[in-house]
Design a protein around this ligand. Structure first.
Ligand SMILES: [Zn+2]
Length: 124
């Protein structure tokens, strides 16, 4: 099995209801997003999928979040914009974009809130 990873970043503000006073205040992060794709069938060029195609799809779902106040995005009006929920949101959007692709599967979507903390979503 092969696994590919493409990464991008975005900056946004959010406000969380976690009981942690610091997180409840309006603040921002420079998030790093990593998309992992897996597959075991290489095409005639010896790749699973062109990195450029993956990067384009990733940017298409991540860029609408850049420089926004996440709590105002419809999906996050009822669901808290935690790193976990951002990973879930991006995973679901990308799943639709990769639905026609039969040779790869999204194995994981990881969102880094800081240098040392991340949350991932994957389905078994
Ligand atoms: Zn935060």
């Amino acid at each position: 099995m092969f696994e590919l990873m493409v990464e991008t970043t975005f900056s946004a503000a959010h406000r969380l209801k976690t009981g942690n006073k610091k997180c409840e205040r309006l603040h921002g992060h420079n998030w790093k997003v990593q998309l992992f794709l897996s597959g075991n069938k290489l095409n005639k060029d010896g790749v699973i999928l062109d990195f450029k195609e993956i990067k384009e799809k990733l940017e298409k779902v991540v860029m609408p979040l850049d420089h926004t106040y996440l709590n105002e995005i419809p999906f996050f009006k009822k669901i808290s914009p935690t790193s976990e929920n951002i990973a879930y949101y991006l995973y679901q959007k990308l799943k639709v974009l990769f639905a026609k692709n039969k040779v790869t599967k999204i194995s994981r979507l990881t969102v880094w809130e800081g240098d040392k903390t991340s949350a991932s979503y994957f389905s078994l």
